[in-house]
Design a protein. Structure first.
Length: 339
């Protein structure tokens, strides 16, 4: 008997995928990559009003939906894979994060379980599930000890899927993603804030919290490629690190963005009012397992990613000049995540 996912594996086509968070930063790119590979794409988001896409978009708040409703969607679309790029991080409460980052994964596991041909569940996790780490490469066996509500809620979601696979109730992988950059980066992230500033007020000082950290950056399009490779893979029940494989000074990244914008922007670093839990000051993902199991490695350079991020920010401002009046508070580099 043929594998029901065969159309989505070796020949790269004919599979059916459901992408949650389809209108978000990473979700949009994932939909594009699967569509280009010949898969039938159904994107799910809480709201699709005014959105257009070459694939189906379905309005559904999956984090609040009953599993039976999600089962119905997966069955109707004949889903061979489900990619969860949904979640909550920016301006979200702890309850929001628990619902979107943990309860949603539990719902997906419950929804997929009764299907005759269970779809592969691809969960996009976060490097912040690890918490602070020593200055060595972060492998998948590095102990997880997140110090923020976001990191804890993402880790609980990852465990929900991994426990279900271990119990024989699901099939799939957790892709633990580092800090994401590239076109469409969220305005509330550090890189999104900087790019928007450079696109709208490049001659004014750029005021940020102290840029002391080193982070691992990966382009959003490389993350989308990893999700496609995971959907095609037979590997299951594992965590795979998805990152750039390098620890890069956040200050150097911000400086490089200003250079790509033409220079001239003064960077002013000053502590922000209020406090946050201490987060990792240094990150470098060991990505060898993803290469071994998925044949995946990042293909875009950080410079290319930043250049495209800046170009996208300028285009967005040109489309919506009023956006230049919107203010985003200075931020530390905490989570440049995939939303």
């Amino acid at each position: 008997m043929s594998d029901p996912r065969a159309g989505g594996q070796e020949d790269g086509g004919a599979g059916s995928v459901v992408v949650l968070g389809a209108t978000g930063f990473v979700g949009r790119h994932i939909c594009e990559v699967f569509d280009a590979a010949g898969w039938r794409v159904t994107g799910i988001a809480r709201s699709v009003h005014g959105r257009s896409a070459p694939h189906e978009l379905l309005a559904l708040d999956a984090a609040r939906a009953e599993p039976d409703r999600v089962t119905e969607v997966l069955a109707d679309r004949g889903a061979r894979a489900v990619v969860n790029a949904a979640g909550a991080v920016w301006q979200a409460t702890e309850d929001d994060m628990a619902r979107a980052n943990t309860a949603l994964v539990e719902c997906l596991v419950a929804a997929a379980a009764p299907l005759g041909a269970r779809p592969r569940l691809i969960q996009l996790g976060s490097v912040h599930e690890y918490g602070p780490v020593p200055r060595t490469g972060i492998t998948e066996s590095t102990p997880t000890s997140p110090v923020t509500p976001y990191g804890r809620s993402k880790l609980a979601g990852a465990r929900a899927l991994l426990d279900a696979v271990a119990a024989g109730r699901a099939e799939g992988l957790v892709l633990r993603v580092s800090n994401v950059s590239g076109p469409g980066t969220h305005r509330a992230s550090l890189l999104g804030t900087v790019a928007h500033h450079l696109a709208t007020r490049a001659r004014q000082p750029l005021r940020l919290a102290p840029l002391l950290a080193h982070r691992d950056f990966v382009d959003v399009r490389d993350v989308a490629d990893a999700a496609l490779a995971a959907a095609r893979s037979d590997a299951s029940g594992q965590v795979l690190n998805i990152g750039g494989g390098r620890a890069t000074s956040v200050r150097s990244v911000v400086v490089r963005l200003t250079e790509l914008a033409g220079g001239g922007a003064e960077i002013v670093e000053a502590p922000c009012a209020g406090g946050r839990p201490p987060e990792a000051g240094w990150q470098r993902m060991d990505i060898r397992r993803a290469h071994r199991l998925l044949g995946w490695s990042p293909r875009r350079s950080l410079d290319d990613s930043l250049r495209d991020l800046l170009a996208h920010a300028r285009t967005a401002v040109h489309r919506d000049p009023l956006s230049s009046a919107l203010q985003v508070h200075p931020t530390t580099m905490t989570v440049s995540d995939h939303r």
